[in-house]
Design a protein around this ligand. Structure first.
Ligand code: PNS
Length: 167
């Protein structure tokens, strides 16, 4: 809290599914901000492996140890959602150099759209720096062991999808 003001931050993404990399950023940001929103992008035209409801449910289960988290959905512009809900910080994780380029572009576009909203970039922990939801799905498809890369519940749901031939 700065100047008695509740610091609200937003960590938004597709989360298809949530990984240990996401969770690392969530745990670290939840220590810094009074309230952390996890914004799940609702995009019915982009079909993921997990349905929107499944993604939200997995995030809720994986963050139940934190008491200053709220999982929310948004569609349209992220900064618009933040403006409407009094959230003035966007949190994003950066893993490798190419993330920096992409994240700077998004941060600057968001700043242009909504100058009062700041983006804070968290360098990912080294041990998670190679993880992405897409790569996890790809290597699991080819039979790799991904148990260190995703929460246990996500691992079991992913294996379920694989058995059903949905991966
Ligand atoms: O985890 P992702 O998929 O890289 O997250 C990207 C996300 C959802 C944060 C970004 O695409 C987004 O904010 N989309 C909502 C639409 C929007 O505001 N676009 C302008 C971004 S500068």
């Amino acid at each position: 809290m700065i100047n008695d003001k509740i610091q609200k931050a937003m960590f938004a993404g597709s989360f298809d599914p949530i990984t240990n990399g996401h969770l690392d950023i969530i745990n670290r940001s939840a220590k810094i901000f009074d309230k952390l929103y996890i914004g799940v992008l609702y995009n019915p035209t982009k079909k993921g492996l997990f349905t929107f409801e499944e993604r939200v449910d997995l995030i809720k289960k994986c963050t139940s140890h934190l008491n200053n988290i709220e999982v929310v959905s948004f569609d349209g512009l992220l900064v618009k959602y933040c403006e409407e809900n009094g959230i003035d910080t966007l949190v994003r994780g950066i893993r490798i150099g190419s993330d920096v380029d992409y994240e700077l572009q998004m941060a600057r576009m968001n700043k242009e759209l909504s100058p009062q909203i700041e983006t804070i970039l968290f360098p990912s922990s080294t041990k998670y720096s190679f993880i992405s939801s897409s790569l996890i799905k790809e290597v699991l498809f080819f039979g790799a062991d991904i148990k260190k890369l995703v929460p246990e519940i996500v691992l079991s749901e992913l294996k379920d999808k694989k058995e059903k031939g949905e991966l």
